[in-house]
Design a protein. Structure first.
Length: 100
């Protein structure tokens, strides 16, 4: 992500969008997690609604690019999070590049 100052600027820059997202998820009793530039959240909204929300963030500035992974399972940091009939199950996730 770059220097500490770059990280601070990115946090400030994204705060408005992130604040709206967190409020929306809190009202819906969803889960939100963030570590530096990795974001994870759950949602029962339609795929169209989620795509629209992420497109708004990506169109906020040309230097911002959120990569989405939507499905019943998703890696977040070193954890694989799976939705099994409404219950989140976690397991250790190894990135392919990290394999010996």
């Amino acid at each position: 992500m770059g220097s500490a100052f770059t990280l601070t600027l990115a946090n400030i820059f994204m705060w408005k969008w992130e604040k709206q997202l967190v409020h929306r998820l809190k009202v819906s009793n969803e889960i939100y997690g963030r570590c530096v530039d990795d974001i994870f959240f759950t949602s029962n909204d339609s795929l169209e609604s989620i795509d629209q929300m992420l497109d708004e963030a990506n169109n906020f500035h040309p230097n911002i690019k959120l990569v989405r992974q939507i499905g019943r399972s998703a890696p977040f940091l070193d954890v694989l999070i799976e939705n099994r009939k409404g219950t989140l199950i976690t397991s250790v996730y190894h990135k392919e590049a990290a394999e010996p």
